[in-house]
Write a protein that binds this ligand. Structure first.
Ligand code: TYC
Length: 103
């Protein structure tokens, strides 16, 4: 509270709110070479989806070019991208993965 010169009281509102962290969606991109089965397995393993959900996401990517596999804080999202890219390279596939800030 502050006293104004006219003795009125000004209530100062201190809403110091902690901002929620910026979130990132991790997307997979379509390509012509990575086998569908490999993509399904990647989505299951690294994004904790059941086989049916993973298949739906894979088909969406295949048809639309890109699809969201999960939403995470920055560090977790970047780790997912690294894990997917490493597994893809190791298997000899060109699968691309990226994290994008949302909202
Ligand atoms: N388009 C690939 C094929 O026909 C399948 C695929 C789906 C590849 C999703 C990448 O992120 C991807 N074999």
């Amino acid at each position: 509270p502050q006293s104004g010169s006219d003795d009125s009281v000004v209530l100062e509102r201190r809403t110091q709110r902690v901002q929620p962290p910026q979130m990132y969606q991790v997307v997979l991109l379509n390509d012509d070479f990575t086998p569908m089965e490999f993509v399904v397995q990647v989505i299951q393993e690294f994004f904790s989806k059941d086989r049916e959900t993973a298949t739906q996401i894979m088909l969406k990517i295949h048809l639309e070019g890109k699809g969201v596999c999960g939403i995470y804080s920055r560090d977790v999202a970047n780790t997912k991208v690294d894990q997917v890219l490493q597994a893809s390279r190791q298997a000899g596939h060109p699968l691309q993965c990226a994290s994008e800030p949302i909202e």
